[in-house]
Design a protein around this ligand. Structure first.
Ligand code: NAP
Length: 505
């Protein structure tokens, strides 16, 4: 892996320096599956290498002034050197490009494991199509027609707004009121425009659609968000907490990461797009987490407000002397404010400790506060005693211990749920990751078992913080937004519950 990365880096560097750099220059280069390499090229330009999984498409582009730019680059090209390389997954890149755009008139297309977005046209046909998708996703079997389109029956009639037009690759067209077509080539006819697929070239689209028949699922992005029990925004990959602050919905857990391993893992996570880091006073690694965050901000140009750090104070002496314990966490992290602080477990002094955290919130030193290892009974007793509603409850959640009674209860209180041991926890991951049900679903989507489990959590509205010291696993665990588990697949995983707790609390 390292050798391949090095080879790619050298290749990219040599390609970069050989190029007369100008906007939108393109060339071919073969990359690894499902990876995007973003090189922080001289400022005001960006070298991006893309490889789309499962297709033969690959390219390297210099992009300038394009919305696919990930980093804020403003100075002239000559002024900076080409020193940094990051690995990004394709879905991260797509999400960043979409981030600033309104998703209001957008729909999603799921095709051959790819997620595409399309912008709807402004006419009554597109409005009716959107209304249909708001009732739920629509899956259409499409076939090739005349080497310029895929076409399939919608099963219902929509109003027509036909006009003479020459289609472009990516056009979504309503034909005869009840046929949906995706054009990948041009044709002149009287047709109704429903919209256009975003940010895809003709070659990319052809490769994604493939030869012959294809199944395409159209869905409404807004609706997917509303249906999501945790109100997650899968486009920004964030959730709005009841504290008014936004938190990323997937992150890195650091329970067993220490010393340089911790620093390197947190930096690897931040380099590949992870923006949520979970630590705790009890883990003994807050100083390393803080150091990694500071170094990543400096080296990768990430702003502090993009990163969300959670820490926790522990029962016993810390909760007995909460002000001191809270300040000690803030000092050890040394990253200015703390995004979220939790009480690690219930304790005789937990209300007192929580009230101390409330004071730190009022002083602006902590943005949000919450609880960890609190269940229904504990919450019922605790909530009436505090002024600031917890923004988060972090509990053990994985397919063998699902907390199906606790999660909806917490969510009904407008509190976000986060799962620890999402992969079962050390010592249990091998069994969970090789569960035949999960492996079979993973195979169907061309992803790993870990990705299926993490995605299952996200679709249940549970934030995930898998722990890992392996950069490949960290990248994989952040690549969760290019596939969607069906209701049937979700049910199959729900059926794996054994009420089997993997830790005592
Ligand atoms: P986990 O996330 O369930 O599992 C971590 C294990 O999975 C590691 O051995 C890791 O090995 C492996 N792994 C990670 N990604 C993988 C992948 N893509 N493929 C294969 N293996 C993979 O357990 P955890 O780290 O103990 O728990 C997650 C986080 O929850 C903790 O780090 C901590 O932040 C939090 N937590 C909170 C509490 C609480 O009381 N609030 C309790 C426990 C944990 P590699 O290093 O080789 O990737």
């Amino acid at each position: 892996m390292k050798t391949r990365c090095l080879f790619i880096l050298i290749l990219l560097l040599s390609v970069f320096f050989m190029l007369p750099v100008k906007a939108d220059t393109e060339m071919s280069l073969t990359m690894q599956d499902n990876q995007v390499i973003v090189m922080n090229a001289p400022e005001n330009s960006m070298l991006i290498a893309l490889f789309y999984k499962g297709s033969s498409l690959s390219d390297v582009r210099i992009v300038r002034g394009s919305k696919t730019i990930i980093m804020d680059i403003s100075k002239e090209m000559e002024n900076a050197d080409t020193t940094k390389m990051f690995l990004w997954d394709h879905s991260t890149l797509t999400a960043v490009s979409e981030k600033s755009e309104s998703m209001k008139n957008k729909i999603k297309l799921e095709v051959n494991g790819h997620i595409l977005t399309a912008t709807l046209s402004e006419n009554s046909s597109a409005e009716a199509f959107l209304a249909l998708l708001k009732e739920g996703p629509v899956t259409i079997q499409m076939r090739d027609y005349s080497n310029f389109e895929k076409v399939g029956s919608l099963g219902v009639d929509l109003p027509q707004n036909n006009m003479q037009m020459t289609t472009q690759p990516g056009d979504l067209i309503l034909y005869q009121g009840n046929q949906i077509t995706i054009y990948y080539d041009t044709n002149r006819w009287s047709l109704t425009s429903l919209g256009k697929i975003d940010d895809v070239t003709q070659d990319e689209l052809k490769a994604i659609l493939g030869d012959g028949n294809v199944t395409v699922t159209f869905s409404c992005t807004e609706d997917l968000q509303e249906q999501n029990p945790g109100k997650f925004n899968f486009n920004t990959r964030r959730v709005l907490l009841n504290s008014g602050h936004e938190m990323p919905i997937n992150g890195l857990g650091t329970y067993s990461l220490h010393g340089d391993t911790c620093i390197n893992s947190v930096k690897a996570a931040l380099a590949c797009g992870v923006r949520l880091i979970d630590t705790a006073s009890a883990y003994g690694n807050e100083a390393q987490v803080g150091q990694a965050v500071r170094e990543a901000m400096e080296e990768y140009g990430i702003k502090r407000e993009e990163i969300f750090v959670i820490t926790k104070i522990y029962p016993g002496s810390e909760m007995a002397n909460p002000e001191k314990a809270i300040q000690a966490c803030i000092d050890r992290l040394n990253i200015g404010y703390v995004d979220m602080m939790l009480l690690h477990h219930p304790d005789p002094n937990d209300v007192k400790a929580y009230k101390a955290m409330e004071k730190f919130v009022q002083e602006g030193k902590i943005h949000s506060i919450g609880l960890s290892n609190w269940y229904v009974e504990e919450l019922e007793a605790f909530l009436p005693q505090v002024d600031i509603k917890p923004a988060l409850v972090q509990n053990e959640i994985h397919p063998y211990y699902q907390e199906n009674d606790v999660i909806p209860y917490i969510q009904s209180k407008d509190i976000t749920v986060q799962g620890w041991y999402p992969l079962g926890g050390r010592g249990h991951t091998a069994e969970l990751l090789s569960d035949p049900v999960i492996m079979q679903i993973a195979q169907a989507h061309g992803v790993s078992s870990a990705q299926v489990i993490l995605r299952w959590n996200l679709q249940k509205g549970v934030v995930v913080i898998p722990g890992s010291s392996n950069p490949e696993h960290i990248l994989e665990n952040n690549t969760l937004y290019h596939f969607h588990l069906t209701d049937e697949e979700m049910e199959k995983i729900n059926a794996l519950d054994r009420n089997e707790k993997h830790d005592w609390y």
